[in-house]
Design a protein around this ligand. Structure first.
Ligand code: CA
Length: 205
């Protein structure tokens, strides 16, 4: 049984690695690092896809549970770009207000990001509230979706971060990062040890 489950795990890892190359890059913002936002566990998803030479499309969805999230909205998204290129962003959504590129210069929560998208904060109906989907594109020399699969510099190494504001009742804000797409070091070590044990066992047989 143990052998079987371990083999299945290893097999699943290989299958994931071989299919992930052609799939879009997806972030699911589930890990709260400060504040107490409501309506999780997923607060937003972000899908990043190649859209022809030097252009990448973004689709971001506010996935909060609207029955409890009230007027809670996303005011900011931070990402990394590696290799760095200062892109040009295009959008038509009234929910986006501005953006900036600055290599390791977009600071938040101890992390230094490269790219920041700011959403409307005025209470004019355009806030990025539950259920809304916002799209935009970025063009830059050699840019591909994989360039956004990178971690921030600084004291905290995050793949991305969102700022949530207007938490019901308190009006407080929160910061949320993508859930772990990669096993934590302890898990990797455990898997590695298991794999070694499996090989040793096989040699005995
Ligand atoms: Ca960077």
């Amino acid at each position: 049984m143990r052998k079987l489950s371990l083999l299945a795990l290893v097999g699943a890892g290989v299958a994931f690695a071989s299919t992930s190359a052609q799939a879009a890059l997806t972030f699911d913002f589930t890990q709260v690092i400060s504040g107490s936002p409501v309506g999780g566990p997923s607060f937003a998803t972000l899908v990043i896809e190649n859209a022809g030479a030097n252009t990448v499309n973004f689709t971001m969805t506010n996935t909060m549970d609207s029955s409890v999230s009230g007027g809670q909205f996303i005011s900011k998204l931070m990402l990394n770009v590696d290799p760095y290129v200062a892109g040009t962003m295009s959008w038509s959504s009234p929910t986006i207000s501005s953006y900036s590129f600055d290599q390791d210069g977009e600071n938040d929560s101890g992390a230094k990001f490269d790219y920041e998208v700011r959403f409307v904060t005025a209470n004019n109906g355009n806030r990025f509230t539950a259920g809304k989907v916002v799209t935009w594109s970025v063009t830059g020399g050699g840019l591909t979706e994989d360039d956004f699969d990178a971690l921030s510099a600084g004291n905290a190494n995050y793949a991305g971060l969102i700022h949530i504001q207007a938490i019901p009742n308190t009006g407080d804000s929160a910061k949320v990062i993508p859930g772990d797409p990669v096993p934590e070091p302890a898990t990797i070590a455990a898997l590695g040890l298991g794999f070694v044990a499996l090989i040793k066992r096989r040699r005995k047989v």
